[in-house]
Design a protein around this ligand. Structure first.
Ligand code: NAX
Length: 330
């Protein structure tokens, strides 16, 4: 049997945490042969809730689950961590990342330092809490000894939503659609790009752009459907999305650690290396393939004028978020 990996989940008493924890314990994130020890962190006022979540996790009787710690002590939570899923943060009131930055910079700065000092030096981090890209950037800045390629942010939920929109439009199984791209920032202006996506039609992989044959839809409704999907779910469920977010977290980590299938890419917020003219120093979502725990940005995709405009606008948005975040830090 493999040695257990220690998985930290911050904000574990929240909605996504409740859906995610049993998935991790079942092996949906790291593999069905990978034992795990889960460290759950939440703030002191939620300590009681966290104990309840822990009791349910124990009652799941998961053979892969080798231990659970429920704590509000950041240092205890970060000790020896191999994988960190950062759901914890100040709740969002408005659909505006800027409002959130102030409340979250302090949290991410403190948790970065705790990870830096107490986590495994090769710890892999996924930041989910909004503003996800900018929280990840702060975490990277304040955990300088963790390799920068180990710090990522979540755009996989948007990616999966985009796949579903295409599948519904073409009336095909979502499993046959691949290679959409979420560029840039997870914000209300996020940009799903289906220019390079394909559908497995049984006879081969055909271009989504050609099959749909409606650039107007791809450049309008498709984008807004993905952008507003979260709000649409809130309206229906009277709660924000939790299970789809938890699934996308598992997808992100599983593909990163265990690899993407040949010929398939996924979207991840990663530290920009200058690819596609996006300035280094931002956590920007790119199409990536993964192998043996390492991601690489898919190179050489042809970018049309419409996509370029969106990619640049999202870069500007992230530069502005970074400026605001730094103004609180210094
Ligand atoms: P909840 O508000 O249900 O849970 C957040 C939890 O974080 C709460 O239990 C809270 O007590 C805890 N928390 C607050 N400060 C903390 C701290 N300093 N240390 C540890 N825990 C702390 O939100 P939930 O619906 O679970 O969503 C979690 C985060 O994911 C939110 O920030 C949300 O905006 C973000 N999302 C990001 C997505 C993405 O694609 N990047 C999609 C899903 C989700 O909306």
């Amino acid at each position: 049997e493999k040695d257990p990996l220690i998985v930290l989940v911050t904000g574990a008493a929240g909605q996504i945490g409740y859906a995610l924890l049993p998935m991790i314990a079942r092996g949906a994130m790291l593999g069905r042969d990978q034992p795990v020890i889960i460290h759950m962190l939440d703030i002191e006022p939620n300590a009681e809730t966290l104990i309840g979540v822990k009791m349910e996790l124990m009652d799941g009787a998961f053979p892969l689950l080798k231990g659970v710690i429920a704590t509000s002590d950041v240092i205890e939570a970060c000790k020896g961590v191999d994988v960190a899923i950062m759901l914890g943060g100040f709740p969002h009131r408005k659909d505006d990342n800027k409002d959130l930055i102030f409340s979250n910079v302090a949290i991410y700065k403190a948790q970065a330092s705790a990870l830096e000092q107490h986590a495994d030096p090769d710890c892999k981090v996924l930041v989910v809490a909004n503003p996800a890209n900018t929280n990840a950037l702060i975490l990277k800045e304040y955990a300088p000894s963790i390799p920068e390629e180990n710090i990522t942010s979540l755009t996989r939920l948007d990616h999966n939503r985009a796949l579903n929109q295409i599948a519904e439009k073409l009336n095909v199984n979502v499993g046959d659609v691949k290679n959409v791209i979420i560029w840039g920032n997870h914000s209300s202006n996020l940009y799903p790009d289906a220019n390079h996506a394909t559908v497995n039609t049984g006879v081969g992989h055909e271009s989504v752009k050609e099959l749909i044959d409606d650039d107007h839809w791809l450049n309008t409704n498709f984008i807004t459907n993905v952008q507003t999907r979260g709000q649409t779910i809130v309206k229906a469920r009277r709660l924000s999305c939790a299970s789809s977010a938890a699934i996308s977290v598992c997808d992100h980590m599983r593909d990163w650690i265990l690899g993407t299938p040949t010929g398939t890419w996924v979207s991840m917020g990663v530290y920009s290396d200058g690819s596609y003219g996006i300035q280094p120093g931002l956590i920007y979502s790119f199409p990536v393939t993964c192998e043996k725990g390492e991601w690489s940005i898919v190179q050489g995709l042809k970018i049309d004028e419409f996509a370029r405009g969106k990619m640049d606008a999202l870069q500007r948005e992230l530069i502005e978020e970074k400026r605001v975040a730094y103004s609180y830090l210094h």
